[in-house]
Design a protein around this ligand. Structure first.
Ligand code: PAF
Length: 300
């Protein structure tokens, strides 16, 4: 498996493979790869002739008090997992490579965070997806989806992939990226893969490593809430008010967990819906200790 560090290198690889008749799949990640990522890479390998995995802890999608500096980094294990799951290339750029022209003095300076590259201040070029960026996770993480849309558009433009693969766990991110790709007319198809769960229901997340044993137990409340709402829908309940209340009631049973949101929304617009309809998404987010976790189900 090849390691590529530059945008030019990724583009050259992609064009060379395409000239041989290959289709290109891209799996954007921030590393700390787990079985959920493996399922994305395997899906990409099943649908595309060649697969690139990007590993880049994107500073612009972290808020000032979030976990950029301590975000888990496991380079060698990540490369092993990517290769075993079917990737031919890992793209691992520096912050300067992804945000060129932002490292001078003044606006756009990198603020070094514990020697890890740091957040970006100021005048880098950003991609905005108005209307969606301040919904769900974007509401409690201002600027998060601006950072995501920016870095993913850069990755898609660099890779010129036929398809890019994302997990349904980040359902709001998927909505933002679908709209971004349509709005910028980027010719990459967004493919969404199912949530991968532990045997007890916990959705896999790179942030699960932060959980203590007790928090790991408490975190199951997210998937319990999702399952309960799925059960009620299967029994015929259609009203959002009742379903959201049922989800909240499950959270109320777990006192150590602080709810961020419990919402029934349209997956395209991320706006609340009143009754279950095609494309309805039940989504939850909560802090378990200091760790913010998310989960969801498409119930329309
Ligand atoms: O889902 C993630 O891991 C990140 O948000 C992404 C899409 C790789 C962008 O940094």
């Amino acid at each position: 498996m090849e390691i590529v560090r530059t945008v030019a290198g990724l583009r050259a690889w992609s064009r060379a493979e395409r000239s041989k008749g290959q289709t290109i799949g891209l799996v954007p990640t921030m590393g700390a790869l787990h079985a959920g990522h493996a399922s994305l890479i395997e899906a990409a390998a099943g649908q595309c002739g060649r697969v690139a995995v990007s590993i880049f802890v994107n500073p612009t999608q972290f808020g000032p008090n979030e976990d950029f500096a301590r975000y888990p980094r496991s380079w060698e294990a990540d490369c092993r997992l990517a290769e075993a799951a079917g990737a031919q290339v890992v793209f691992a750029p520096t912050v300067e490579e992804m945000y060129p022209g932002s490292s001078g003095a003044g606006p756009g300076t990198f603020v070094d965070v514990e020697g890890l590259g740091g957040r970006l201040d100021g005048a880098a070029t950003f991609v905005e997806v108005p209307g969606l960026s301040d919904r769900l996770d974007g509401k409690s993480r201002p600027g998060h989806f601006r950072g995501v849309a920016t870095v993913v558009s850069k990755l898609l433009i660099a890779c010129e992939a036929d398809r890019a693969f994302f997990g349904q766990k980040d359902a709001a991110q998927v909505a933002v990226l679908r709209r971004m790709v349509a709005g910028l007319r980027i010719g990459t198809e967004i493919v969404v893969c199912p949530i991968v769960r532990e045997a007890d229901g916990l959705a896999l997340s790179s942030r699960n490593v932060y959980l203590s044993a007790e928090e790991r137990r408490q975190a199951l409340v997210l998937s319990r809430a999702v399952r309960e709402v799925e059960r009620l829908v299967a029994c015929g309940e259609r009203k959002a008010e009742a379903l959201v209340a049922a989800g909240r009631a499950v959270f109320a049973e777990e006192s150590g967990v602080r709810v961020d949101y419990v919402e029934l929304v349209d997956w395209g617009t991320l706006m609340p819906v009143e009754v279950v309809a095609p494309g309805a998404l039940f989504a939850v987010a909560a802090w378990v200790g200091a760790t913010r976790l998310i989960d969801n189900a498409v119930i329309g």
